[in-house]
Write a protein that binds this ligand. Structure first.
Ligand code: F6R
Length: 243
């Protein structure tokens, strides 16, 4: 695992966007795995800048979503499908036909999870998976004690994660769904390059456990230590507890 410390979130966004742009120049139809939440926004903004300036053409890129709330209609502004459309697809000029994501409204959720894992494999696998990290060390929504071999499945959000995410729902925790579909840790580890971005002091404990703790299900992100090509980009604040 390579750990790169950058001055701030914006610099992290620029660095990762450059990595994505290099990939797209080499492989224009690369499958990019995207996360939601606040952390990746500077990455998407920096990549959109590169597209606008003509430095890279992302129009042939394919986008795979990491996770989705269960039961939230796709058109809800905070469904991850809506967020990815707004923050990634539209700014990069990518159509919905190049998008794949778990179906959080499926009647048969286990079948939808299996179908998504199959679809990822049939698409040739994720070339670069961007990840954020929860304050408790979760990646995707694999909360602590998730199996390190897990596949895409339904998970129950912890109270802490629902509290953390209430800010996207007018601060009202009652509006935050209890369940999500998330790529499993085993699924995530199949991507060719994992890039985790962590910013802010609130992530410092999770970053230290990820990079310097044992590989253990209590810190799902520590599974990145098992991956042959994992890059952890942290700002000074999130790096504050590294030895
Ligand atoms: C969301 C996701 C989560 C977030 C994590 C951090 O798709 O995969 O693991 O990355 O909860 O969220 P933020 O970035 O909002 O602190």
């Amino acid at each position: 695992m390579e750990v790169v410390i950058v001055p701030d979130a914006k610099a992290g966004g620029v660095l990762i966007a450059e990595t994505m742009a290099r990939l797209l120049r080499r492989k224009p139809d690369a499958l990019l795995g995207v996360a939601t939440g606040s952390t990746p926004l500077p990455v998407y903004a920096a990549l959109a800048d590169q597209v606008r300036s003509g430095a890279v053409d992302a129009s042939r890129a394919r986008i795979a979503q990491l996770d989705e709330y269960v039961g939230l209609p796709a058109e809800h502004p905070e469904s991850y499908r809506s967020v990815v459309r707004r923050e990634v697809l539209e700014p990069l000029g990518i159509g919905m036909d190049a998008f794949m994501g778990p179906d959080g409204t499926a009647e048969d959720i286990p079948a939808a999870c299996e179908a998504y894992d199959r679809a990822l494999a049939e698409a040739g696998g994720v070339d670069l998976q961007l990840l954020g990290i929860g304050t408790d060390g979760h990646i995707g929504f694999n909360e602590p004690c998730s199996s390190l071999a897990s596949r895409t499945r339904i998970k129950t959000l912890t109270q802490q994660t629902r509290v953390d995410n209430a800010r996207f729902f007018d601060g009202d925790i009652d509006q935050v769904p209890h369940h999500v579909i998330t790529q499993g840790i085993g699924t995530i580890l199949e991507a060719r390059h994992l890039v985790l971005l962590a910013t802010g002091e609130g992530k410092a404990d999770a970053v230290a456990a990820t990079a310097e703790g044992p590989v253990a299900a209590v810190c799902p992100a520590s599974a990145l230590q098992l991956h042959p090509h994992a890059t952890v980009v942290v700002d000074e604040a999130a790096a504050g507890k590294l030895k």
